[in-house]
Write a new protein. Structure first.
Length: 166
C-alpha cells in the first residue's frame, strides 16, 4: 500500500487499542505461590500513550485475555480508561466498545501479536504487530514494528501514526 492510503486510514483513528502480553510486555511473567507477581513494561510505551492523546487527540485502551493486577496498575498509571481484562472474545468486545462509544471499525487501531488477535487485526482501520509476532499476524497487519513486544512496539506504532498525521 502507498503511504497516502495509510495517511487516510490514520486520519480516521480515534482509539488505539492494544493487547498486553507480547505487545506491552515481552511475553514473560513471574509467578509465585499466589499467582502472577511481576510483568515487565516498557516506559517508552507509556510515552506513546501520552503523545497520541496530547498531539493527536487519539484515546488508548487495553484489551487482554488475562486478569492481571499488574495490567490494571499500569493502565491506572497511564490514565487509560478503556481497560478490558479477561477478554476471551476480542472481536465481540470491540463490537461492544463500538456500541458504547459510537465508533466504527475504521476509527479503531489495534496492535496485537498472536492468533487470538487476528479477527480484530483483520477488521480494524489500522493494525500493527511487534517484530516478534506470530507469522500469521505479521501477514495481515498494516505495520510491522522493528522492535519486539515489551521493548517499545506500542510506542513505535504510536509514532508511526503521529508521523502519518503530520
Amino acid at each position: 500500500m502507498d503511504v497516502d492510503i495509510y495517511k487516510e486510514k490514520a486520519r480516521r483513528i480515534k482509539l488505539l487499542l492494544t493487547d498486553v502480553d507480547g505487545v506491552l510486555t515481552d511475553n514473560g511473567v513471574y509467578y509465585g505461590e499466589g499467582g502472577e507477581v511481576l510483568k515487565r513494561f516498557s516506559i517508552r510505551d507509556g510515552m506513546g500513550v501520552e503523545r497520541l492523546r496530547k498531539q493527536c487527540g487519539i484515546d488508548t485502551g487495553i484489551v487482554t485475555g488475562e486478569m492481571s493486577p499488574s495490567v490494571a496498575r499500569r493502565a491506572e498509571k497511564l490514565n487509560i480508561t478503556h481497560l478490558y481484562l479477561g477478554v476471551k472474545d476480542k472481536r465481540g468486545r470491540l463490537t461492544e466498545i463500538m456500541a458504547a462509544t459510537g465508533l466504527s471499525w475504521e476509527e479503531i487501531a489495534f496492535i496485537g501479536d498472536d492468533v487470538n488477535d487476528l479477527e480484530v487485526l483483520e477488521r480494524v482501520g489500522l493494525s500493527a504487530c511487534p517484530a516478534d509476532a506470530m507469522a500469521a499476524v505479521c501477514g495481515v497487519v498494516d505495520y510491522r514494528c522493528a522492535v519486539k513486544g515489551g521493548y517499545g512496539a506500542f510506542r513505535e506504532f504510536a509514532e508511526w501514526i503521529i508521523e502519518l498525521l503530520k
